[in-house]
Ligand binder design. Structure first.
Ligand SMILES: [Zn+2]
Length: 708
């Protein structure tokens, strides 16, 4: 390998440092010293990882992020199956530091959360009920049929969290981002999920119809006519096929094509839906006339499709949506497994998997139902106030680097430059956990968040209450100013990171800020190399082709000059051909390389750009922070003393993406995902980093592609 310095340095020997050092060393390829980092860095730093980690039997791929997800799930299980942490004194809001009144509310919140979990874990009672809760629900649904329009069943489905003929919800107004607006989105909640799957008529007839007929038969226990259900399923599949044909293509950004209409006008456009009644039923009292953003071509054609179908078929669609929305809250694998298997097969996943362990399902259920209570107890064990401070600093540094960059990009005109800097200034950063909107360090606030929730020992009823509450909460936003500080549902337990263009915000929940991505004790090279790159990636989305459509306030407006757009697109060509020329390979369980695949540079373009921008921003912000701290020598990690700080930075970066895919998973990833497979992300990004090439003494220092 090239240019690893040999110097003696002080070591970081805290438990967190020892753990991460051990992880990195073991992840190195056994022959890593013979591998040239300039051409095969990913294999060098991840070759050992693939030897160590198999693909778990309930998954088709595995990577460093999946390992964090598993760890977070385990942590949540410990919280949910343990006692109230009365002795914990980890932060100012820990039980030991709470006043008596807060302590008692905190304990009650904990008990509410446990009750939700226990209702889900009580598999015996759930099994005893069988599918009767769904049968009852369909009975309730049928009472909404037979009116002038479909608003009553749509509303019924909506309260279950189901999409039926359109999805109606409240979000930030694209034109007036300080206000909230209703959107009627072109989604219909297809049974097979993707519109593309409705083209293969043989599959629909031979596979989908029988699966659907069996489910319909199961939820209508008093009607045993087999032919009848097959015929019903056939009509329903045809109706879904007609609906699927109306939907815009997957990659179509319909947001730009939305038009604004008063509710009364929407009723004229699609009289059959009764949108004004749906909004009136869900909106808080006293809201004056509401405007709705619609994708008009979809709604106009929707009327034709509904009118052309027999009434009983449209009713059957609502029955089907009700089943789909509630099937997770009964235990009846023999009824629903064939549908899940068919869906997986259509995506190209032919794996045979064991059922998800019950506790995992229930951890997810608690997160969906009382996510803020769960988050409060999750951070008690996993994310300190100090961690929050350090990660906030990293994101602030990344922003500073972008400002410096935008000040100097030669091809940016002054007006676009000013707006870019303004957009960075306005960027909201939400890191770890919220202390406002909502303040989850205050037990009373958390209790009030769940005021409208009814928790009993019934899993099914708890689920219905939670979904209904989430719809009410969403519509409660109507008529209020946009809450830019609000966390929405970015719960700290989520292992992911986001950029949201409508609020110009970046979210890094505590779930992603875990070892090996982040640690309060780690050398700064590790935190900036791993987490800093994620922060740089997300922030860059505000400045890519999509980010160019929304300004710093979240308003839908093209703030790029034509010249900037032209220059940007010119640079994109380089990324497209660079990634078109990268091949990736799947691995089986024994880490033997399987088939090789070519990448689609155009499909993955935006994410590849964000990766390259992210690594640049992370590296420069790390350098900036070190300079501000007086360029002190960093502690080295045991076993990695030979690696320079710069090399350690990239080692941390590369490790973030270590992973392996089964053949099926690789094909699905390439077909469905706008993110390139992990190995390609390391290969392409390091080739685009001058700092990387300097750190490893590569012959060519020039980046292959560069945006700014
Ligand atoms: Zn991204």
């Amino acid at each position: 390998m090239v240019a690893l310095k040999n110097i003696t340095r002080a070591l970081c020997t805290t438990p967190a440092c020892l753990e991460i050092a051990d992880y990195y060393v073991k992840n190195l390829a056994p022959n890593y010293k013979d591998i040239d980092p300039c051409t095969n860095f990913e294999e060098m730093v991840c070759g050992g990882w693939r030897d160590r980690y198999d693909i778990p039997s309930d998954q088709t791929s595995n990577d460093a992020i999946s390992l964090i997800e598993q760890k977070v799930d385990d942590e949540l299980r410990i919280v949910l199956e343990g006692q109230y942490p009365v002795g914990s004194k980890h932060s100012h809001f820990s039980p030991r530091n709470l006043h008596a009144r807060d302590l008692s509310v905190d304990q009650q919140n904990f008990e509410t959360m446990k009750a939700v979990y226990n209702s889900c874990m009580d598999e015996d009672s759930i099994k005893k009920l069988g599918i009767s809760p769904i049968v009852d629900l369909i009975g309730e649904l049928r009472k909404t049929f037979g009116r002038d329009d479909w608003s009553a069943p749509i509303l019924f489905a909506q309260r279950l969290g189901a999409t039926s003929l359109t999805s109606v919800y409240v979000t930030n107004d694209f034109d007036k981002p300080d206000l909230q607006v209703v959107v009627a989105e072109p989604t219909v909640g297809l049974g097979l999920q993707m519109p593309d799957f409705y083209v293969d008529t043989t599959m629909l007839t031979n596979d989908y119809v029988p699966v659907l007929a069996n489910i319909l038969r199961a939820v209508h226990p008093n009607d045993s006519s087999a032919t009848n259900f097959t015929e019903q399923a056939r009509r329903l599949v045809q109706f879904e096929t007609n609906l699927a044909a109306l939907l815009p293509p997957d990659d179509f950004d319909f947001v730009e094509a939305l038009t604004r209409v008063p509710t009364a006008k929407i009723d004229a456009l699609v009289p059959g839906l009764g949108v004004s009644k749906i909004i009136a039923a869900l909106a808080p009292p006293g809201i004056p006339s509401v405007e709705v953003l619609v994708y008009a071509p979809f709604l106009a054609n929707l009327t034709k499709v509904i009118d052309a179908a027999p009434r009983s078929t449209v009713e059957l669609l609502f029955v089907w949506r009700t089943i789909l929305a509630s099937r997770a809250y009964v235990v009846a694998d023999e009824i629903f497994d064939p549908l899940l298997k068919l869906r997986r097969k259509l995506y190209g996943d032919n794996s045979v998997r064991p059922p998800t362990p019950r506790w995992k399902t229930c951890v997810g259920f608690v997160g969906d139902s009382v996510g803020w209570i769960l988050s409060r107890f999750f951070i008690e064990n996993t994310f300190s106030a100090r961690d929050r401070e350090i990660s906030n600093q990293i994101v602030a540094d990344v922003r500073e680097v972008y400002i410096q960059k935008f000040k100097t990009v030669p091809w940016m005109d002054e007006s676009t430059r000013t707006k870019a800097i303004e957009k960075i200034d306005l960027l909201e950063q939400k890191i770890g956990y919220p202390t406002e909107n909502p303040n989850i360090t205050d037990p009373e606030t958390i209790r009030n968040l769940y005021g409208g929730l009814t928790v009993t020992s019934s899993y099914f009823r708890n689920a219905m209450s939670a979904t209904n509450k989430s719809i009410i909460d969403n519509f409660a936003r109507l008529g209020k100013a946009t809450d830019r500080k609000g966390w929405g549902i970015s719960f700290p337990t989520i292992v992911n990171a986001f950029y949201k263009r409508q609020t110009n915000e970046i979210d890094f929940p505590a779930g992603i800020l875990q070892a090996p991505v982040f640690g309060g004790d780690y050398p700064s090279a590790v935190n900036y190399g791993a987490f800093g790159a994620v922060a740089g990636h997300e922030a860059s989305h505000g400045f890519d082709i999509n980010g160019g459509k929304f300004d710093g306030t979240g308003r839908l407006v093209n703030w790029w000059s034509d010249e900037v757009t032209k220059e940007y697109k010119k640079r994109e060509q380089c990324f497209i051909s660079q990634f078109n020329n990268i091949t990736v390979s799947a691995n089986d369980k024994k880490n033997v390389t399987q088939r090789k695949y070519k990448l689609d540079g155009r499909k993955t373009l935006g994410e590849n750009e964000a990766d390259s921008a992210g690594i640049f921003a992370a590296f420069d912000s790390w350098k900036l922070r070190r300079k501000l701290n007086g360029d002190k020598t960093e502690l080295a990690l045991p076993g990695l003393e030979d690696w320079t700080d710069e090399q350690l930075f990239f080692l941390a970066y590369g490790n973030f993406w270590c992973g392996k895919y089964s053949d099926d998973a690789m094909q699905i990833r390439l077909k469905q995902d706008v993110h390139a497979p992990n190995a390609a992300r390391v290969q392409g990004t390091t080739a685009n980093s001058r700092a990387f090439k300097e750190a490893f003494g590569c012959k060519v220092k020039e980046p292959t592609c560069e945006l700014w």
